[in-house]
Write a protein that binds this ligand. Structure first.
Ligand code: F58
Length: 830
């Protein structure tokens, strides 16, 4: 009989597979050699570090796949409500160390490698970064995937598999140059190509009116088809068998041939044209500042959205036949507005293809989507030109108009004929160029709109989306961002990890980071302080070696390592930092010899990429190099001050720099940083923060107390009044003096720096560098004084780590699960 047959087959397979792969060092050693020989195809008697890394990662990958199959199988069996996290950007960084740590087999692998004559740490350095994103938003997605897996949530991420990640930053003569990041050149063992999971995505064409079942309807007749192929990236949870999926789409030419061009004999051109399809997923847009209405970007967005929704709907239909059950089984999270065409696409599928009728479809869509915004800057809000959308996706434009018509009618009933308000809230922006406002679309269609910190939510309610808040206050929530302590302590700071576990007497904090608060009671304990300082020194040594290798500058370990690493932006005020450094330099230069002995030595470290078209940001990078050139080569200064710019800042550089820093700067003009997440990584690693009361810093103050950090600058509610003063705003003499030094060519490149100086003088100082300068310098001086008192400093450092519990992405994800997504853990049995 059939059932008996199947059972016998299954039993045989079970025997053949010997259940699971073994994780003892001997088995791992054999396994690595197997992959050297058969996967990497090198001789097992002769292979180098890179080949060993490849074999090692394939061995780890096998173990990931095993758990990942089981997890998917289990989710399928239980059929819980699932979360689908849609994001155009994921900054995953490296995978090897994170994977073996989450799988709990790092030590076994290290032992196996030692037997083979290799060192785990050395091989881990062979891996390149997966940099499929720009900055904070993209790294946040990566941290959240780690938490979703660790907390056993039935979740899946969707994104794009860019061939070129974020550009590599090359510095030549102090100027930034961009080079392509062709990261797949050496293969990517962390992904699994799914040639059979592919969907046709259509573009262009026309909309035709047809009569179907005596009903008039609009049908899209597309003009171009591209194939989306899935690449799956297993994301292992820590201390659980659960391993979730990050599915990234790559564009391939469609299998459907354009008979016309093949028949006309133009074979070569036909092939070349088909090949153009692949360009859709070729390259990540590197601008993290403003939205650019480019056709290719819009194509990327729709390509990604259409493929993901086809996949999600297929999975739903495998088990369910009534779309009214959809919101009970599917939560769709929009990571900013970039994937917001998903709203329109789901409407189109439900209305045009599933024929549910508008009202029923609308009800389902509104119950399914939620949206998180990551900005306060109006220029970052996406607007798609109507002409562009109409030509690429004609049917979608119609649907948006219909959604907007219904919305505006409802709005009129609520607020009357207040035309100025109606036009501000409309999804369609009228004007010389007509645009679709993607944020308005998202707010209208989503059941929940989340901000990324408490003050961000306040700004959304009071400023950015004020009118919408008044209309639908219940839709607005916030979830303060968090980062994963697995990557940011366990992977990147193993010494601190061991020390914390020793003093807490448990490793449980790795999954329950609130337990770090237990360190508070030991903050003044001399033994802990001693060991704490030791860990910091070792990390500083590692960083100092790296700095010397990258820039040739030798730095003293006794100096305070003062770090600012993040994307270069005027609002993040790297320029304030550099002007502060010039001031420090100027002071030391003019000092009596006897006073120099009192100076607290500093190593100022900056790193970050400027968007390729962002001229002012690029000038800030050049200024940093020009100042460094002068300061670092000045015999009067010596070890009292050094300035280094770390090139090509990325996730792995952060993993090295953060554990080795004493002080870190988060100094955006108040009211501009939606949250900021770098600060949380520094906090966890016991680095003190020098910061403005902006974004999530406000909540960090609540947790660790203002006494344990260095705060300065105009408050959020003062900024607009100060700005209004324009040229009448008082600026300290010291500020005028340092800007003058730059203007006068003290650091060379006089003409080049002119426009940069202009941005902060003569009433144009939009980000208030001049106004905040004195309080910045005072706070820096306070940091110097604290550093001299090493006992006090170390206590503040321990209290920083101890107070970082709230800033774990585990907490953020639990809040989302409960308050926004309505999902529950689904733990795969081990
Ligand atoms: C960042 N946004 C915020 N956007 O600036 C930061 O405050 C916050 O902590 C972080 O998100 C996480 O919530 C951000 O990184 C981008 O990179 C966009 C990429 C696409 C174009 C527009 C900016």
């Amino acid at each position: 009989d059939v059932a008996g047959d199947r059972r016998a087959k299954a039993e045989r397979m079970f025997e053949l597979m010997d259940v699971f792969l073994k994780n003892d060092p001997i088995s791992l050693e054999k396994d690595i050699l197997y992959h050297v020989e058969y996967t990497v195809a090198r001789s097992r008697f002769n292979f180098d570090d890179f080949e060993a890394y490849q074999a090692l990662s394939h061995s780890v990958r096998d173990r990931l796949i095993e758990r990942w199959h089981d997890t998917q199988q289990y989710f399928k069996k239980k059929d819980p409500k699932r979360l689908y996290f849609l994001s155009l950007e994921f900054l995953m960084g490296r995978s090897l160390s994170n994977s073996v740590i989450n799988l709990g087999i790092r030590d076994q692998y290290a032992a196996a490698l030692r037997q083979l004559g290799f060192e785990f740490e050395v091989l881990a350095e062979q891996e390149g970064d997966a940099a499929l994103g720009n900055g904070g938003l993209a790294r946040l997605s990566a941290c959240q995937m780690d938490s979703l897996a660790t907390l056993d949530y039935p979740a899946m991420g969707y994104g794009l598999r860019y061939q070129y990640g974020l550009f590599r930053q090359i510095i030549l003569d102090g100027f930034q140059h961009e080079q392509p990041d062709y990261w797949l050149n050496f293969g990517n063992p962390w992904e699994i190509e799914r040639v059979h999971v592919s969907y046709a995505v259509k573009f262009y064409g026309t909309v035709e009116e047809q009569i179907l079942n005596a009903e008039k309807c609009n049908i899209w007749v597309p003009g171009e088809t591209v194939e989306a192929v899935a690449y799956d990236n297993p994301i292992p949870g820590y201390g659980t068998r659960n391993t979730i999926n990050l599915r990234l789409w790559a564009a391939k030419p469609s299998g459907q041939y354009d008979m016309e061009s093949y028949n006309t004999g133009d074979y070569i051109n036909a092939v070349v044209n088909r090949q153009k399809a692949e360009t859709i997923s070729n390259v990540l847009y590197p601008d993290d500042r403003s939205y650019q209405g480019k056709e290719l970007r819009l194509k990327q967005q729709y390509f990604f959205v259409s493929a993901s929704l086809q996949d999600i709907i297929r999975r739903f239909k495998d088990v369910h036949d009534n779309f009214d059950d959809f919101p009970g089984k599917v939560a769709l999270q929009l990571n900013d507005t970039h994937p917001s065409l998903a709203i329109v696409e789901l409407m189109r599928v439900l209305v045009d293809e599933e024929r549910l009728g508008w009202d029923r479809a609308w009800d389902i869509v509104c119950k399914t989507f939620c949206f998180t915004t990551h900005t306060v800057l109006p220029e970052a809000l996406e607007k798609i030109p109507v002409d562009l959308l109409g030509s690429l996706l004609p049917r979608h434009l119609q649907i948006i108009y219909d959604i907007n018509f219904n919305f505006v009618e409802e709005l009129k009933k609520r607020i009357g004929l207040d035309y100025s308000r109606l036009s501000l809230m409309s999804i369609v922006e009228e004007g010389a160029v007509k645009n679709i406002r993607m944020a308005n679309l998202s707010i209208v269609c989503c059941h929940t709109i989340n901000g990324v910190s408490r003050v961000h939510a306040e700004l959304l309610k009071k400023r950015v989306f004020k009118d919408f808040y008044e209309l639908w206050p219940q839709k607005f929530q916030y979830k303060t961002n968090g980062v994963t302590q697995r990557r940011w302590i366990v992977v990147s700071n193993p010494n601190l990890c061991a020390l914390v576990s020793k003093w807490l007497g448990t490793e449980a904090w790795i999954c329950n980071v609130d337990l770090l608060a237990g360190l508070q009671e030991f903050a003044s304990n001399p033994d802990l302080q001693q060991e704490w300082k030791m860990v910091k020194t070792v990390n500083k040594m590692r960083l100092a070696e790296y700095i010397e290798a990258m820039s040739g500058v030798k730095v003293s370990l006794d100096a305070m390592f003062d770090v600012q690493i993040k994307r270069i932006h005027e609002y993040k005020r790297q320029l304030l930092n550099i002007l502060g450094i010039i001031h420090r330099y100027d002071c030391i230069k003019n000092m009596e010899k006897s006073d120099k002995r009192k100076v607290v030595p500093r190593v100022c470290i900056l790193g970050g990429k400027a968007a390729p078209g962002y001229e002012i940001a690029k000038k800030i990078i050049k200024l940093c190099h020009a100042v460094a050139e002068k300061v670092n080569n000045d015999a009067d200064i010596g070890d009292l001050l050094k300035l280094v710019f770390i090139p090509d800042y990325n996730v792995s550089v952060a993993e090295l720099v953060i554990p080795g820093s004493d002080l870190s700067q988060h100094i955006s003009t108040a009211g501009h940083e939606a949250s900021g997440t770098g600060s949380m990584k520094f906090l966890m690693n016991g680095c003190l923060l020098l910061a403005t009361a902006d974004g999530s810093t406000v909540e960090i103050i609540d947790e660790i107390g203002a006494d344990n950090m260095f705060l300065f600058g105009a408050k959020m509610n003062e900024v607009s009044t100060l700005r209004d003063k324009g040229a009448a705003l008082k600026v300290p003499l010291q500020f005028a003096r340092v800007v003058r030094m730059v203007r006068d060519g003290y650091f060379g490149f006089k003409d080049y720096f002119k426009s940069l100086c202009d941005t902060v003088e003569d009433g144009r100082d939009f980000y208030l560098l001049g106004h905040d300068f004195s309080s910045y310098l005072e706070t820096q001086a306070a940091a110097d004084r604290a550093f001299v008192d090493q006992e006090k400093w170390t206590r503040m450092s321990i209290l920083s780590t101890a107070g970082s519990g709230r800033f774990s992405s585990d907490r953020t994800i639990e809040e989302y699960a409960e308050k926004t997504w309505g999902i529950e853990p689904c733990k795969c049995p081990s």
